[in-house]
Design a protein around this ligand. Structure first.
Ligand SMILES: Cc1cc2nc3c(=O)[nH]c(=O)nc-3n(C[C@H](O)[C@H](O)[C@H](O)COP(=O)(O)OP(=O)(O)OC[C@H]3O[C@@H](n4cnc5c(N)ncnc54)[C@H](O)[C@@H]3O)c2cc1C
Length: 432
């Protein structure tokens, strides 16, 4: 760089799936400042068996209280369901079960080719199905039942160092051995290249002049701070980014999807499903997926879930929902549509059949709490934006690189796809 030439400044908001990739890619060409609302991730560290004993006392009566156990897990409620996301370093990826699934069909339909970006990610990240070698007898039996029922289970690729995994089943509440990979590692790489990170810094709006964003308004420790930038990339997640845009006078669409999740469970004495990797395999059905999953929210907060974890079998349904919903930051307006309910009823019936085959009597089965953790879609990409990856309603130097721009509900784990998309957007920005 010639003397006197100022390096351009970029601000990346958020450290989850989209933000981490973007910050790492831009640092160097830009001087990147990463603004993150939360702090360091703190895993669940209390003995689950002891805490489970308190369920009968009625102490756990509202899912939003989960923050007392897992401080980085933010739970909000809509009329129909509980919505979960991660606030803190690593975003929601720290709470993820580590599924690394490519699911970019809807983007391909728009003409967005992410082959190169997925190839890069497969090379760069620890994505593996090696965990299959360590499956417990219970996992193998469940897999066999899925196969016998013609449900075509597929071993889930995981962001994982399989040799470090002890199969404790704590993937979604903070992996205790560091076996599960999350995006904090990418943030570390960005910092190693010279990026700056400001945690506890909530972005509340953008300063816009004509078709240029000139700064980012934040609140940190009760104080307002304005960050100036030449380029701003929002990656505050499917519920965070739309609120920043709305507060800055840029309306989003009422097309929020969330991928609703419901677990069907029942008594299976001694099955030990709590001591297995969560979602070890996935069965793709028409509009939903099925996978073995122990649901902590239902376990602590749903009155039907009173058995010890080790004595329960549980199958998760994850639905691809209709893209209808909205948030303005004060509330989340999202309900299951009639079509969603119909699909969910089919999925519940099939899950009941699976549990019966596993040995859980149908009349003893019960449902979990309807919840969701894949919000997105409120400023979806269109075919017209396939090359620019930029919505024309945005200022020229403002980009979005998170689930907000996904065109459709995936009904599938989205991290890998969001990361590939963010990588592609970074390439466009670096070529500009
Ligand atoms: C329990 C659970 C398990 C999951 N498991 C999987 C899985 O196994 N595989 C998978 O692919 N997906 C999984 N998901 C979903 C996945 O984690 C998310 O869809 C994905 O992380 C979304 O990426 P993102 O970049 O859009 O947002 P996020 O990863 O949520 O990142 C958003 C970031 O922005 C920050 N932020 C928010 N608002 C502001 C603000 N105003 N100012 C500054 N910073 C802000 C947040 O703190 C966060 O760091 C799971 C979700 C949950 C809830």
């Amino acid at each position: 760089m010639s003397k006197g030439h100022r390096r351009k400044r970029a601000i990346v908001v958020g450290t989850g799936a989209g933000g981490s990739v973007m910050a790492r890619a831009l640092q160097g060409e830009y001087q990147v400042t990463i603004l993150e609302a939360g702090g360091e991730f703190a895993p669940f560290s209390m003995p689950i068996d002891k805490l489970a004993g308190f369920r009968r006392t009625g102490m756990f009566f509202d899912e939003r209280m989960i923050r007392m156990l897992i401080p980085n897990m933010l739970v909000e409620k809509t009329k129909d369901m509980v919505i979960v996301r991660g606030i803190g370093l690593g975003g929601t990826t720290t709470l993820a079960t580590g599924n690394a699934v490519r699911y970019d069909g809807a983007l391909k339909e728009l003409g967005i080719d992410l082959d190169e970006q997925f190839d890069d990610l497969y090379r760069e990240l620890p994505i593996t199905t090696d965990h299959q070698r360590n499956w417990t007898e219970t996992t193998r039996d469940m897999y066999r039942v899925f196969e016998e029922m013609g449900l075509d289970p597929v071993v889930t690729p995981k962001f994982l160092n399989a040799s470090k995994c002890v199969g404790c089943g704590h993937c979604a509440i903070g992996c205790p051995t560091g076996a599960k990979w999350d995006t904090r590692m990418l943030i570390d790489e960005a910092l190693g290249k010279g990026a700056r990170l400001v945690t506890g810094c909530r972005v509340v709006g953008l300063e816009i002049s004509g078709m240029q964003v000139t700064g980012v308004h934040t609140i940190r420790k009760g104080r307002k701070v304005l960050y100036r930038a030449d380029l701003v990339v929002l990656a505050a997640g499917g519920l965070g980014t739309p609120v920043i845009l709305e507060k800055s006078g840029i309306p989003c669409e009422k097309s929020l999807f969330v991928d609703p999740v419901l677990c069907v469970a029942g008594p299976a004495p001694g099955i030990g499903q709590d001591r297995q990797l969560l979602m070890p395999f996935i069965s793709q059905q028409d509009g939903y997926i099925l996978s073995p999953y122990m649901d902590y929210l239902s376990f602590f907060f749903n009155k039907s879930w009173r058995l010890p974890m080790k004595d329960m079998a549980s199958i998760m349904i994850k639905l691809s929902d209709e893209e209808k919903g909205y948030t303005d930051g004060r509330k989340i307006d999202k309900v299951m549509s009639p079509a969603d309910h119909k699909k969910m009823a089919e999925a519940v019936s099939l899950s009941r059949d699976i549990l019966e085959k596993i040995g859980v009597p149908r009349d003893k089965q019960f449902l979990g709490t309807l919840n969701a953790g894949h919000p997105g879609g409120m400023l979806p990409l269109t075919a017209a934006e396939k090359d620019s990856l930029h919505n024309p309603a945005l200022p020229d130097n403002l980009y979005i690189a998170d689930a907000t721009i996904l065109p459709k509900s995936l009904g599938n784990p989205p991290i890998l796809t969001i990361m590939a998309l963010s990588k592609k957007i970074a390439t466009v920005l670096l070529q500009k």
